[in-house]
Design a protein around this ligand. Structure first.
Ligand SMILES: NC(=O)c1ccc[n+]([C@@H]2O[C@H](COP(=O)([O-])OP(=O)(O)OC[C@H]3O[C@@H](n4cnc5c(N)ncnc54)[C@H](O)[C@@H]3O)[C@@H](O)[C@H]2O)c1
Ligand SMILES: N[C@@H](CCC(=O)N[C@@H](CSCO)C(=O)NCC(=O)O)C(=O)O
Ligand SMILES: [Zn+2]
Ligand SMILES: [Zn+2]
Length: 376
């Protein structure tokens, strides 16, 4: 049966710094190679707030944000073979085409097949599937999970175990996979290593889970909001420190605490000054720092080159280095097998109507993850 235009509830971002408004949007049927998905639940990640703030050089309005969702295939376009109506899926802002130079390299998860149009808020054919009274509304990160119905390229969907609770595994669409994957794929933490984690939101706490699983000997958790420490300790942090408690730099504090520095550090905030601290708290000769946080337009990192000359390494990680279609289903299985929990992260759930509250809670430091339930 041919799909037709659907009416969908969506939170629309009309401009930088403006609250989202709940609208009824028209969602066009999927074209060839595309899939329309009914989103059941979506987390709200700091990156959504970052783009809404206007700091994202790729930010474009009006758009439907959201990239940490899970849902069920509603209809498929011509030629789609890898998913069918009723399949449970997680949208991927990092697709996996399996054919491009990047996919074939074996060195990265950063598939580039549709990156150009995705960054412009468009589907691969250069148009949008969302509109209100004929006015086009842009996509975001190729996912737009703040709409109950959204359209994605087939290569941007991971098919997952239908038994998995979508209201929880949506967090594997970004935050939890990003943190855990950065530890195992990017840093490759080994048993006994000392690790420092800067920023204890959804990403930093997931780094802690990953580091504990990898057998890290010491996990130093750093945040200026001490209310994050309890959960950090529960997940495996051995030391929790607040930079505001010291009259010297946090990197000096950590170097002293660790007899010369950590094996691995992770910046999970998006603050270029903290990125420097995260590099400089690494051990001379071998310490490696992984940047996960996303910094605003025009911001740059700096350090003395001597820090690198003397063996420290600066790297970065997107979506934890995870290839979404081939590897994300395994994360869902590991969750289903009880290897790690997701409910610890879900401090709030709410309906789409209240989504601006989710951003307020994040900015006030009161939430780890808010999950929007479309059936609430
Ligand atoms: N690279 C990726 O693939 C990827 C994926 C997801 C998120 N991100 C980015 O990761 C970052 C974290 O995301 P999140 O959802 O966990 O955010 P969050 O807002 O939930 O958490 C950030 C934490 O950092 C702490 N913090 C802020 N300033 C600090 C400072 N100066 N020193 C110490 N702690 C400080 C906050 O108190 C908070 O606990 C964001 O920049 C986000 O855009 C990147
Ligand atoms: N658009 C921004 C960069 C945003 C960014 O770095 N996004 C991360 C994912 S954050 C998820 O919460 C990412 O995967 N980047 C790789 C990519 O976008 O190709 C900018 O232009 O600075
Ligand atoms: Zn995210
Ligand atoms: Zn590719």
């Amino acid at each position: 049966m041919t799909a037709s235009v659907l009416k969908s509830r969506a939170a629309v971002a009309w401009g930088a710094g403006k609250p989202l408004t709940i609208e009824t949007v028209d969602v066009a049927p999927p074209k060839a190679g595309e899939v329309r998905v009914r989103i059941v639940a979506t987390g709200v990640c700091h990156t959504d707030a970052f783009t809404l703030s206007g700091d994202d050089p790729e930010g474009i309005f009006p758009a439907i944000l959201g990239h940490e969702g899970a849902g069920i295939v509603e209809s498929v376009g011509e030629g789609v073979t890898s998913v069918q109506v009723g399949d449970h899926v997680i949208p991927l802002y990092t697709p996996e085409c399996g054919e491009c130079k990047f996919c074939k390299s074996g060195k990265t998860n950063l598939c580039q097949k549709i990156r150009e149009t995705q960054g412009k808020g468009l589907m691969p054919d250069g148009t949008t599937r969302f509109s209100i009274d004929g006015q086009p509304i842009y996509h975001y990160m190729g996912t737009s999970t703040f709409s109950e119905y959204t359209v994605l390229p087939e290569i941007s969907l991971a098919k997952i175990n239908p038994e998995a609770p979508l209201e929880e595994v949506c967090l594997l669409g970004c935050g939890v996979t990003t943190g855990m994957g950065a530890v195992s794929n990017t840093a490759k933490v080994e048993p006994g290593d000392t690790v420092a984690v800067f920023g204890l939101g959804g990403i930093g706490l997931s780094v802690i889970i990953g580091a504990a699983m990898a057998g890290a000997g010491r996990i130093i958790a750093i945040d200026i909001n001490e209310s994050k420490f309890e959960l950090a300790r529960k997940l495996g942090a051995t030391d929790c420190i607040n930079p505001k408690d010291y009259d010297k730099s946090i990197q000096e504090v950590i170097v002293e605490m660790t007899d010369g520095g950590v094996e691995y550090s992770f910046e999970c905030i998006g603050n270029v000054h903290v990125m420097r601290s995260a590099l400089e708290c690494c051990h001379k000769g071998w310490g490696e720092s992984v940047i996960i946080g996303v910094a605003g337009a025009g911001q740059e990192i700096s350090t003395r080159p001597f820090q690198l000359v003397t063996g420290r390494v600066w790297r970065g990680s997107a979506f934890g280095g995870v290839k979404g279609r081939s590897q994300l289903p395994e994360y869902v299985e590991r969750y289903m097998n009880g290897e790690f929990k997701l409910d610890d992260f879900i401090t709030h759930t709410m309906s789409l109507d209240d989504i601006n509250d989710a951003f307020d809670l994040m900015h006030e430091g009161k939430s780890i993850r808010t999950v929007i339930h479309y059936n609430k």
